[in-house]
Design a protein. Sequence first.
Length: 144
Amino acid sequence: MKRILLITAITGLLSASPVQAQGDARRGEEAFRQCLACHSLEPELHLTGPSLIGIVGRPAGKTPDFKRYSTALANADFVWSRETLDRWLEDPEKLVPGTTMRIRPVTDAGMRQDVIAFLENYELPESADKNESGMPDLKQAPPG
């Protein structure tokens, strides 16, 4: 019996890939579509919320050209990482009491990891046409 349990445990460890543990960016892209109502992935294109391109590694509440941060988030003292994004998606108010960001909590840990993987790996399409500022025009970008 102990041998069967050991074999089962080893098989489970071997079949769990690091990609699964870190999320699936393709699934995350699909889940992220809900966020597009308030956030873009285009540099300097802020909507109700700031652009989220390059969010991983960026200080929270400090995007210079976005002026609508709540006082609580503007005063936050942390950098967006996998861990802080996970906690934010799970419950923004718990991570930053007083934030004005209102989302339905993402209770599925796997879905949170998928969205984070998407944000971590997102790059502007090279084929996106450039606008007058030299930035890609995502409205002209091909699907996907």
